[in-house]
Design a binder for this molecule. Structure first.
Ligand SMILES: Cc1cc2nc3c(=O)[nH]c(=O)nc-3n(C[C@H](O)[C@H](O)[C@H](O)COP(=O)(O)OP(=O)(O)OC[C@H]3O[C@@H](n4cnc5c(N)ncnc54)[C@H](O)[C@@H]3O)c2cc1C
Length: 431
């Protein structure tokens, strides 16, 4: 039986988070906007505001709650994480305030699983403590959704690996202390066995940030997605994380969780948009009536609430299935379809609900006076982060169609009727 209720002590934590995120983190969104601001360790004003908030989160025992017990975390299952993430999703800053910001979350998983003792001491602990941030360097200019086109390569040279090639759209590389880089090491292997994963200190000679790309009207100087060239970047042999040719397995270890966490946070973003729509609907007048008395506005709010409730239940079910797989009550891979469904639905739900909220706020919705414009810009970004929505949509359909038996001829007779002519052949007296 599926049950999303939680014990009272956990509900108390959720209630505290809810009040704190609304009061403090949503205020930070307005004070310090911009996609990369929360990763900029040199932004003294933002850091000064951030640290006392982090102290409060730590004092409540809510810091880095995504971590499993192997990393000193509480090991909450995905259902509890979903309930927490939907609160954090209300605010761009909240994941940084609570120590659960991507890509650092996934990168810490990789380091915990594949890093050496020295690498964990140098990079993992400061990452978990929120003292540094990191970059995940996989996409290339000529190969995005299909990594079999990647060409950035690592060549063994004595007791070093030498990495050369280009990477594209690497979030936060300009602020990162290290990069986790995927590079071709075994070109002779099958397409998905050609690449390995490396940890590269950001200070290593040869790392060239060609430019930082800004998206959707952000000021160019705020761009936080790096176009990078690795020019014969030298790292020691133990910089390889996992096996030679095992880069995909390492990447998969981090991407699966990320997809569902984006969906969980989308619930929160959309809830915040609906809260704002409702407030606006009862506060503003046009043509002698409140906005909320106009039928189009009523429709926008009702449709948004219905759509979000459907999406939230889908996300919670996917989270529940992941927990059941991990507990051995569902078979390995049983949650995969639902994770893909969440990924596909995330973009559509956000597009519809944030879009309606922007429209209801008129010109105000386009400005930085509210956070709506920033989240609207994020709609299309979410469609690509962790792989394009269309690829997941296609994969989902292929899986759904894989075991369906084709019928022979236009009016087949030897299976359960699916057409009127078949039904009549079986029950001729029915008509
Ligand atoms: C905000 C943001 C942050 C990102 N951060 C990082 C990062 O930190 N590190 C990193 O390595 N990468 C990052 N990326 C890159 C991201 O992983 C890629 O954008 C994504 O993999 C898609 O690659 P692409 O942009 O080259 O699109 P393409 O691969 O060129 O795809 C373009 C379009 O082609 C269609 N398409 C492609 N393949 C398929 C398919 N199999 N089935 C159906 N349709 C398909 C889809 O319509 C798709 O939208 C980030 C992207 C964004 C937007």
């Amino acid at each position: 039986m599926i049950d999303f209720s939680v014990e009272p002590e956990f509900q108390e934590k959720l209630d505290w988070m809810n009040a704190f995120v609304r009061e403090e983190c949503e205020t930070m969104d307005l004070l310090f906007p911009g996609a990369g601001t929360m990763y900029d360790m040199n932004n003294a004003r933002a850091r000064a505001h951030l640290e006392p908030l982090r102290d409060q989160v730590k004092a409540k025992g809510l810091w880095a709650c995504h971590l499993g017990p192997h990393l000193g975390g509480p090991g909450y299952g995905q259902v509890k994480l979903a309930l927490m993430n939907e609160i954090l999703g209300r605010s761009s800053w909240a994941p940084t305030v609570f120590g659960t910001a991507a890509p650092d979350t996934g990168n810490s998983e990789i380091l915990a699983m594949f890093g050496t003792g020295d690498q964990k001491a140098k990079y993992l602990q400061p990452l978990l403590d929120g003292k540094i941030c990191s970059a995940f360097s996989m996409t290339e200019p000529q190969g995005g959704a299909d990594p079999t086109h990647f060409t950035c390569a690592a060549r063994r040279d004595g007791d070093e690996w030498a990495i050369s090639g280009e990477k594209w759209f690497i979030s936060n590389a300009r602020y990162a202390a290290f990069h986790i880089v995927m590079a071709v090491t075994n070109p002779e292997n099958q397409p998905h066995e050609r690449m390995s994963m490396f940890i590269v200190d950001a200070q290593t000679p040869g790392i060239e940030i060609i430019r930082n790309c800004a998206v959707f009207g952000e000021p160019a100087e705020d761009g936080s997605h790096a176009y990078i060239r690795y020019n014969d970047v030298r790292v020691p042999l133990d910089a390889m994380l996992g096996e030679p040719g095992g880069g995909f397995r390492v990447a998969q270890a981090r991407l699966g969780g990320g997809r569902i966490h984006h969906a969980m946070r989308t619930v929160g973003r959309c809830q915040r948009a609906i809260d704002m729509m409702k407030e606006r609907a009862v506060s503003r007048q046009t043509r002698g009536r409140k906005l909320g008395d106009h039928q189009f506005v009523q429709g926008a709010i009702a449709d948004s609430v219905i759509q979000l409730e459907q999406f939230r239940l889908l996300v919670l079910k996917a989270a529940w299935m992941i927990d059941e797989v991990e507990a051995g009550r569902l078979p390995h891979g049983a949650a995969r379809q639902h994770i893909a469904m969440c990924k596909v639905a995330t973009e559509a739900v956000m597009h519809d609900i944030i879009g309606r909220a922007v429209r209801l706020h008129g010109s105000l919705g386009l400005t930085e006076e509210t956070w709506l414009a920033q989240f609207w810009a994020g709609v299309q970004s979410l469609a690509f982060a962790d792989g394009p929505t269309d690829a997941h949509r296609s994969q989902l359909a292929r899986n759904l169609l894989r075991d369906v038996t084709p019928v022979e001829g236009h009016f087949p007779s030897d299976h359960t009727p699916t057409r009127l002519s078949e039904a009549l052949r079986r029950y001729p007296s029915a008509r």
